[in-house]
Design a protein around this ligand. Sequence first.
Ligand code: FAD
Length: 423
Amino acid sequence: METIIVIGAGAAGLMTAYELSKNNKKVIVLEATERLGGRIYTYTNNAFSEPVELGAEFIHGKLPLTLNLLKQADIKYYVVKGKMFHIEKGQFKKGQDNSVHWAELMKRMKELKHDIPLSDFLQQFFSDDKYESLRESVKHFAEGFDVADISKVSTCSLYKEWSEENDEQYRIDGGYQQLISFLESECKKNGCIIYNNCCVKKITWSKNEVNIITMCSRYFKSNRVVITVPLSVLQLDKNDISYIEFTPAMDNYLEASKNIGFGTVIKILLEFNEAFWQHEKKNISFLFTGEKIPTWWTQFPKNNCILTGWMAGAKAFEFKDASDEDLLESALDSLSAAFAESTSVLKNKLLAHKIINWTNAQNIYGAYSYETPQSANARKLLTQPLEQTIFFAGEALDYGVMIGTVEAALESGKQAALKIIKG
Ligand SMILES: Cc1cc2nc3c(=O)[nH]c(=O)nc-3n(C[C@H](O)[C@H](O)[C@H](O)COP(=O)(O)OP(=O)(O)OC[C@H]3O[C@@H](n4cnc5c(N)ncnc54)[C@H](O)[C@@H]3O)c2cc1C
């Protein structure tokens, strides 16, 4: 019986293993770290009154694969409610800070015939001084939601995303990790073996034969391999400690991976002894500020005292070496400015905090992917199996519109498994 090795135990890797093992394939999963889930990371610690999400948190709409798995696993989820606010001259204003020129921007984006990076697009059509606040607001959007570098991100993909109707969003009661635990237990029931702390270093391959060596010198042999490591790992330089060496070399695949964007995030979880933001507005869901940590959200409609801070894109790369103490101080200063409350008062109200700087997360090195004008070609190559022996999957390689999400990771993992099953 043939053996298939899956590298990486995030949503994509576990979904691949689940589909393959369900179809009576012999599967081994190799995960670099001690934890399963990758960028799904629900943090359970007594300091917080409930589990908090350090990685993925929302289900962005009625996403079939995610919702079906949740149903199968009997995991509950709820609709995110509340209102978005932004702060303008010290006042809380409803909605996001859309510049008056937003409609003009969308029209120009729609008319664009050849895709170009967002910064080039702004330079070409919106360089006049009167558009200064539009440029700022567009930059915040692209960096905040898409964790994107504006000098690389595709203007056409942003247009597609921004012009879509906003679907309802959901949160999983008790955390996303339950989805990972469900997939893990189903895989194990189907006979799949999962090894933690097995960081793959070297892959030597020929048709239907794969030899794998890990960092700690363990050897594995299989007929096929599905590689679901984050795009950021494929993009590493040869001299990086986490670089995966292929023999024979696959430089064209690794080079292609660099044509898809990969952004980063610093996420800050804070629990206070009271929901002081409700003194300002009872129903805040998201709050957009001009502060150092610009974006904040509550757990509304859940009635708790947890706030999440979000710093993404180029700014988050800039703060990659900042200490947790400095980031906490910046977070409290940002809240202090937004809510006109002193930092020391907020400090006294603070019960728990956890900061995760995804740029430095071992074996992940960032948050999620975004489209560039070259992504489509890169994806076409990367999803092409080599000799029906080497397969790639992961959130960055999905063809749907949900690139960068858990749904994309699950779908891409499922598609890789189907390619093997169908032969
Ligand atoms: C802060 C943050 C917030 C997010 N918010 C959302 C959200 O609200 N909604 C949403 O849908 N998505 C969100 N995402 C994106 C989502 O988490 C990812 O798209 C998805 O989880 C990626 O799954 P994956 O399996 O492709 O990759 P990963 O989860 O990264 O899994 C890859 C695995 O490979 C392992 N690995 C790496 N190198 C090796 C090696 N050499 N050998 C063996 N194993 C290796 C890694 O340790 C990791 O476990 C968020 C991500 C972040 C970081």
